[in-house]
Ligand binder design. Sequence first.
Ligand code: F0G
Length: 365
Amino acid sequence: AHQWRGVITEYADRLPMLAGAPTVTLREGGTPLIPAEHLSELVGAQVHVKYEGLNPTGSFKDRGMTTAMSMAAAKGAKAVICASTGNTSASAAAYATKAGMTCAVLVPEGKIAMGKLSQAIAHGATLLQVDGNFDHCLDVARKLAESYPVELVNSVNPARIEGQKTASFEIVDALGDAPDIHCLPVGNAGNITAYWRGYREYASETEGVSGALAPVSTRTPQMWGFQAAGSAPIVLGHPVDEPDTIATAIRIGNPASWQQAEAARDESGGRIEAVTDEEILRAHRILSSREGIFVEPASAASVAGLLKASAAGQVPAGATIVCTVTGHGLKDPQWALKNADGSDVAPVSVPAEAYAVARELGLQD
Ligand code: F0G
């Protein structure tokens, strides 16, 4: 019987760094690329959604965690540490468990979604809430990894970017060539860096484990990255001391891969822009109620950015566009329970009687 074997095995020839390392995997990757008919109609293009919430721990982080944890295992590491707005901690905790290592995570107190917090705890991580934001957490985690025998598994770890680039491979493999435009949310900027690397490697001859690999795609897409307006350092051109947004996953004021994100933007002829929380929630609702795809708010920033560009007349007619949605809606479900006007959704109660249910459904007067 066949099943997807995880990104390291599926793309071994494109991950020379991993050659000879033990493989720590939960069979991540192989996520669906879903044609989005309603969005396509809205923007006048062919829009596909790469649903990364369907990874083992519910976010794209698993692609980079399998590689980071495998490299850590190859070094004989016993402990890993990370700073996180939530998803990295959930992923690190799960993969550390799989690898038989201990895991410590630093998160900004009160600013991570409950689903993510519970994952880190369920997988047995030591979870420390820091009186500060993500940027402070990453600072501390880097210092610890320099001074103590713990491996840092944030995206500043080169193995993380290597693993995450496989999402681009999957998209090209599914579409037959690279899209014209790729939209994604930007926080610490590791993912846009990884996607751009993946697209470039697939478009040119690269040295793999077993020699030169032929190009798979004829071109690379424009990279369109979107930050939350209250946490948009790359858009503003300076760090943000007190980043703010309901999209807690991308509440980051000083991204570690800032320069690489700018390079991805400039080399691809793309853009990095801001979307407001309101625009993010609108896109979140369109994804769930019109496309059947439930995501966490940060993930909807890619779609929010596409809709904003479309409203400004900046989406080329008929273009092939991929939007990555980075994390599952169950991570942070509270946003589904609000109406568009901000009021709470109130489920209707009925007696256990068919006639009462029929009346409520308008099937009966
Ligand atoms: N979307 C989600 C759901 C995320 O969790 C993150 C980052 C991003 C987008 C942005 O990706 O940082 O590579 O630009 N989350 C990190 C974390 C920071 O700690 O889980 P990026």
